[in-house]
Design a protein around this ligand. Structure first.
Ligand code: ADP
Ligand code: MG
Length: 255
């Protein structure tokens, strides 16, 4: 792959009615790097992740993942929008982990993990199940494959959600506040899994208020406020020595 950036967001604008939520946002993530996205509630973090994953549609701007323009095809110097089916296929290249896990409650842990590779990627069940068991072992849940989500703790459910996202072998994993719905004693086990993924070179964008985690794992921290990137850089700069008053105020409040 020749693309410089695994995720490349250019001048994205998004409004809901009269409310401008993203006002010309750029975001570049290199292959194998971790970007932590910070910002106050309502600053547009979830909307940005949802745009990357085609859960929302941008008003202006472009997004590419792995060098491929998301939602569009280039024909000469013109862009053509993709059909829904093609967009669904592109979406399988992006793993998304939600705040509230979003597991399928009527499916077992193993069935949750194998569902998308079988139905969206049309891969053979046997091979997918073998991989799914390996992924569940990687997140420490090899003994829970036959359980239903409601019988698991929040931390275990979130680890299933991470295994499910990994099962598509995505180019990038997006996390939207993956630990904010968890009891405090369960936060660590989920962050540990994300930390292991970072060490293994997984490209990730993580929205989180866990600044200790950001300091340790992020290559780049991006601070978003009122739909704009206010400041970005290595954690040692943005978190420990912010240049902007708004970043400083946010970091002081979260700490
Ligand atoms: P964050 O994740 O940073 O808290 P969001 O991206 O969820 O922020 O939301 C940014 C703003 O956009 C908020 O004011 C929110 O109410 C608004 N918003 C988000 N989604 C929608 C929607 N589907 N319709 C209308 N307003 C929305
Ligand atoms: Mg949000």
């Amino acid at each position: 792959m020749t693309a410089e950036y695994m995720v490349d967001v250019r001048r994205i604008h998004k409004s809901f009615g009269a409310l401008t939520v993203l006002d010309g946002v750029d975001l570049q993530v290199r292959r194998g790097e971790v970007t932590v996205l910070l910002g106050p509630s309502g600053s547009g973090k979830s909307t940005l992740l949802r745009l990357i994953n085609h859960l929302e549609r941008a008003d202006r701007g472009f997004i590419s993942v792995g060098g491929e323009l998301m939602g569009y095809r280039r024909a000469g110097d013109r862009l053509h929008e993709l059909k829904e089916r093609e967009i669904l296929k592109q979406r399988t290249r992006i793993g998304f982990v939600f705040q509230n896990f979003n597991l399928f409650g009527h499916l077992t842990v193993l069935e949750n993990v194998v569902e998308a590779p079988i139905s969206a990627q049309r891969r053979p069940r046997g091979e997918v199940e073998t991989e799914a068991r390996e992924l569940l072992a990687r997140v420490g849940l090899e003994d829970k494959v036959s359980e239903y989500p409601r019988r698991l703790s929040g931390g275990q459910q979130q680890r299933v959600a991470i295994a499910r996202a990994l099962a598509l072998a995505p180019d990038v994993l997006l996390f939207d506040e993956p630990t904010s719905a968890l009891d405090p004693e369960l936060v660590g086990e989920v962050l540990a899994v994300i930390r292991d993924l970072a060490r293994a070179g997984t490209t990730m964008v993580v929205v989180t208020h866990e600044l200790g985690f950001a300091r340790e794992v992020a290559d780049t921290v991006v601070f978003l406020d009122e739909g704009r990137v206010v400041e970005q850089g290595p954690p040692a700069e943005v978190l420990d020595n912010p240049r902007h008053a708004r970043t400083r105020a946010f970091v002081d409040k979260v700490l």
